[in-house]
Design a protein around this ligand. Structure first.
Ligand SMILES: [Zn+2]
Length: 139
């Protein structure tokens, strides 16, 4: 699938959260930003974390955490963007395997989540993870 205007806005939101996080000036933290839009139309963002004590997470994890903290679990569309400091450029990156599972486990409906995997392409989550490891954790 090709990106529409909403997808391009989501990419900008992921870049925006990276810019916001730059102010904290931490190593290995904030280089990746994620933005998602829920089935209710709300946008949540997060950045990657990487602390020397071993605590860290992908940006998608932080965005999903913000979403769940606000009482939602169904993701319509999601994107992660990496900031290449050397080139001073943003690059859309696909979610890692753990994040693919996490998004799917949050809601069965998220198998249809549109995942932006490059600057001009998106796919449904079920295409990225055709044989999921775990099922949904929905009650
Ligand atoms: Zn991840």
């Amino acid at each position: 699938m090709r990106l529409n205007k909403k997808g391009k806005i989501l990419i900008k939101k992921a870049e925006e959260i990276i810019e916001k996080a730059k102010g904290v000036n931490l190593i290995d933290t904030g280089d990746v930003g994620a933005a998602l839009v829920t089935s209710h139309g709300n946008i949540f963002q997060g950045v990657s974390l990487g602390f020397y004590c071993g605590i860290g997470s992908c940006a998608e994890y932080q965005a999903v955490g913000a979403m769940i903290s606000n009482g939602e679990k169904e993701i319509e569309e999601i994107v992660a963007v990496w900031y290449n400091k050397d080139k001073r450029k943003y690059k859309v990156i696909p979610p890692c395997g753990k994040c693919r599972e996490m998004i799917l486990q949050a809601s069965k409906k998220n198998s249809n989540t549109e995942v932006i995997i490059s600057e001009n392409k998106k796919v449904r989550l079920k295409e990225l993870i055709p044989y999921p490891w775990g099922g949904s954790i929905e009650k």
